[in-house]
Design a protein. Sequence first.
Length: 193
Amino acid sequence: MQLGLTGNIATGKSTVFRWLSKRSDFLGFDADAVVHQLYSQSSVVDQLVAEFSCCILDEAGVVDRSQIRKLFLNDENVRGKLEAIFHPLVYMEYQKRFADLQPNQVMLADIPLLFEKESPYHFDYTITVACSEDLQLSRLIARSNLDKNAALKMINKQVALSHKMSQSDCVLWNNGSLDQLQRQLNLLVHRIF
């Protein structure tokens, strides 16, 4: 079985992924973690510099992700360019990981952009982690040390949670405590298996 997990920034998706990935019968794939690793590959750095110029590199020649974020927030075309570079590489990595799946395991893929556009992934079951907009905003400000305007820009760059919720087989509503989220997750696992 392949499970697709998604949600928007600061909704709790990573928490759910961590909890499920600890189970021995789950094999986790974290698309964001793959992207972080790709930022250090010379071929990817070369593509980024060719696309965005050397302004994205820090003094040590390493990609400065805060510069990428500034470009992303201020230019509508940046998203498509980044997706063209990263999406095929992330999907190739997913296929490699899926090849390691044991017969008794469930593949759990944390794919933030699962419903953003046509997806090459084919999941048996999809889960969206969601919360209220106010809570999402306050979590993002607190965890990323952003001002309200920058946080709102980041949230508004993503597909609406309502769209992801409507496309999913299940929604975990994360407006309460971690205990409440864990109880929902336990019910979900019981339901699927």
